[in-house]
Design a protein around this ligand. Sequence first.
Ligand SMILES: [Zn+2]
Length: 196
Amino acid sequence: MKKEINLTKEDISNLLNGKYNNEKVCAFGITHFKYSDCNEEDLVQVDEVIRVHKKCKKAFDKMQNAAKEDKIRIKIVSGYRSSKYQIDIFKRKFLNKDNPTEKELRQRLKFSAPSGFSEHHTGLAIDINSNSQNFEKSRAYKWLAENANKYGFEMSFPRKCRQNLGFEPWHWRYVGDKESEKIFNKAKMFSQDIAK
Ligand SMILES: [Zn+2]
């Protein structure tokens, strides 16, 4: 079945410029949900460049220590990203920045979120160790798959993800308290649907 694009020229322009205001982006059978930027006062430094929500940092530190005891090294390689910064990330790989082909747009939506639709905006989503699908073969990934839920983390985009995004074994979100869980409510409901 051919997946429809469902986006007008105006929608595409808005997506590229961070001005798409719907609650979700649906195109080519791919779905992205809307997220707000984390409040500045909730962000803490992980190192000189990376910041995450303080709740995420606290939970990650615990998890990192537990991993260390099992001789596994885990490290945050990407955390909070503002919706403003995401405009650049989303646009960066289009050959013709303002007028991508349908194929380009589908590829981008599969592996990257438009501004306003990245879990990284919340400060509660992190990339761990790598940005490579080979991460799935690492001991660190195996450890996370078995233990991360004890610390409130879950993988956002498993292989069978109804959002239909690319498989991202390195990308985890913190859902360890009611408030954080609520932020990812729609995405969670969407992935539960697939299990039925
Ligand atoms: Zn990520």
